[in-house]
Design a protein around this ligand. Structure first.
Ligand SMILES: [Zn+2]
Length: 381
């Protein structure tokens, strides 16, 4: 039955849930009439057990630049979100998801593994094996836009047919036969255990309006060195809820992930002050800032995204203020100000180049970034 060739590895799920430190069973104080996203608090977090493992044996293949991802530890911890518009949105959906889970939960710890662990892996696998991955937006409403943007990026960076951009949708998780297929191919579950796990999925899907509808279930945003970019509907819709144009959000995330693909293509050839993709905070910050520089360059270039800087700045500022609400910590990606400055330097470089009608090749843009890097991280100050 192992017909899938996607490389996967045994992952040690070390969740280390810290729920016990939050043992008060708070009452539900959700006020459905409230427009204030911060006023939804979480029901009975302390009732959730401390450590539950998922059932899937899976890791994204290749070198990864993972910009957005669900983080169970951060999701279930009481969050201190709310300092930025985007963190208020993620905090709202975070709490809605936990409340939705608890409302349908009978106390069975296995359900945590299925709904709050496996569902996220299932949707990653879906994107990478091409399940519902060729449409963008919950109703496919951004499919043409993304396809056009991909063609623009291919032309601008002279990278035809090299990168596969994949969508990710919450509705994929409504398909119990697909969930069954994943358990049969990506876990060690026996047929009886698969029936049991799918039964849990069915229960939550039919009794909770958050499962799997919550945007966190489709919130991946990453680039893999296997030539794949995954962008979930959820990350775009949550960013767009901060009063941003969803099309510019799609473009911003896509241009950033494309920047990582350019880095992967040139891995080993490009010189950096510290080794690229070496899994240190300095390395991650450097490659992220370069992806931001490439983003600012492409999005504002008159032969690229053609956006004016102000529109780009608004989107990137939200994008950079990801905070700690269920997403990869922004700390290693550079501070929001460093990231915005990297993108601004890319914009200034584009403004200078396009006067001459030029598009620089990736090597020249990389060299420009390396020259600007000390100023971006403040070492020149
Ligand atoms: Zn990135």
């Amino acid at each position: 039955m192992k017909t899938l060739k996607t490389k996967h590895y045994l992952v040690a799920f070390t969740l280390g849930l810290t729920l016990a430190s939050c043992s008060k069973d708070e009452a539900v104080t959700t006020d459905p009439a409230s427009d204030n996203l911060n006023e939804t608090t979480v029901l009975s977090r302390g009732a959730l057990p401390e450590a539950v493992e998922g059932n899937l044996i899976w890791e994204i293949p290749g070198v990864k630049a993972h910009d957005f991802s669900f983080n169970y530890n951060k999701l279930v911890e009481p969050s201190e979100c709310g300092t930025t518009p985007f963190s208020a949105v993620t905090s709202y959906y975070n709490n809605a998801l936990i409340n939705g889970f608890i409302s349908s939960w009978d106390g069975n710890p296995d359900a945590i593994g299925v709904i709050l662990e496996d569902y996220f892996a299932i949707n990653q696998i879906a994107a990478l094996i091409g399940k519902n991955a060729d449409t963008f937006g919950a109703n496919g409403e951004y499919t043409h836009y993304v396809e056009n943007r991909v063609r623009s990026l291919e032309k601008f960076w002279d990278m035809p047919d090299l990168i596969s951009v994949r969508g990710q949708h919450t509705y994929t998780l409504e398909d119990l036969s697909f969930i069954r297929f994943i358990y049969e191919n990506y876990s060690n579950a026996t047929p009886e255990q698969v029936d049991y796990l799918v039964g849990i999925a069915n229960h939550f899907n039919t009794t909770s309006d958050q499962i799997p509808e919550n945007p966190f279930f489709a919130s991946d945003g990453f680039a893999s060195s296997t030539g794949v970019i995954v962008i979930g509907d959820g990350i775009v819709s949550m960013l767009a809820e901060t009063d941003l144009d969803p099309k510019v959000v799609w473009s911003g995330i896509l241009a950033h992930e494309w920047g990582h693909q350019i880095q992967f293509q040139n891995f080993g050839n490009w010189d950096y002050p510290v080794p690229a993709f070496s899994n240190t905070p300095e390395s991650t910050r450097m490659t992220e800032l370069e992806a931001d520089f490439l983003t600012g360059y492409y999005l504002t270039h008159k032969r690229g995204g053609t956006y004016n800087w102000k529109r780009v700045e608004d989107v990137l500022l939200s994008f950079f203020n990801i905070g700690d609400c269920g997403f990869t910590s922004s700390g290693h990606h550079g501070t929001p100000l460093q990231r915005l400055e990297a993108a601004r330097q890319g914009y200034l470089y584009a403004a200078n180049q396009q006067k001459k009608g030029q598009i620089s090749d990736p090597q020249a843009v990389h060299d420009a970034f390396i020259s600007a890097l000390p100023g971006i991280v403040g070492e020149a100050l």
